[in-house]
Ligand binder design. Structure first.
Ligand code: MN3
Length: 199
């Protein structure tokens, strides 16, 4: 099996002015593509070659001698998930079941937003901020370093924000907190998170 770069769910300039077409062109066209290309090279003629992306991630998570494969497979998954976590005209508060569950598990939407921002700002170096459904059935905010992801910890991902510098540096330079504010205010795709919760 050869993995392909999945299509973006919108045009490269669709998230402007919040995320520029220039950032999208590098982030999607160069970074995401490189993870796909590297993964295909690394699994060639191994027993992972015919497995799904999720199975490759689960088979290599936590194995030091498979770190290269894990990192590239997880980054392919993470980026596809991140593109869908945003939508033109997104942001603000969710509605319906997800809104009720956020209120129940975090106390309020504002408390969730504060915790999510803290996770993204507080991730030292590269990584990801997540809204997940944990094993005990409650919603949690987590952060993971580098390529690590909820799937490797038995959690279901509902939403993610990429906090690697390549996600925001061209548009926000060192201002990661501003990028996360904009992500929450103008970009979050709550329909996608709701769909993930229901699946
Ligand atoms: Mn990235």
């Amino acid at each position: 099996m050869t993995f392909q770069l999945p299509a973006l769910p919108y045009k490269e300039d669709a998230l402007e002015p919040h995320i520029s077409a220039r950032t999208m062109s590098f982030h999607y066209g160069k970074h995401h593509q490189a993870y796909v290309t590297n993964l295909n090279t690394l699994i060639q003629e191994t027993d992972l070659e015919r497995k799904s992306l999720e199975d490759i991630i689960l088979a290599t998570a936590g194995k030091a001698d498979k770190a290269g494969i894990f990192n590239n497979a997880a980054q392919v998954w993470n980026h596809t998930f991140y593109w869908h976590s945003m939508t033109p005209g997104g942001g603000g508060a969710p509605k319906g079941l997800l809104a009720a569950k956020i209120e129940k598990d975090f106390g309020s939407f504002d408390e969730f937003a504060k915790t999510f921002k803290q996770a993204g700002v507080g991730q030292f170096g590269s990584g990801w901020a997540w809204l997940v459904l944990d094993k005990d059935g409650t919603l949690k905010v987590t952060k993971t370093p580098n390529a690590d992801l909820p799937l490797a910890h038995g959690q279901k991902a509902l939403l993610t924000c990429d906090v690697w510098e390549h996600a925001y540096y061209l548009d926000y330079q060192n201002r990661r907190p501003d990028y996360i504010d904009i992500f929450l205010k103008n970009l979050v795709n709550w329909d996608f998170a709701q769909k993930n919760l229901a699946s």
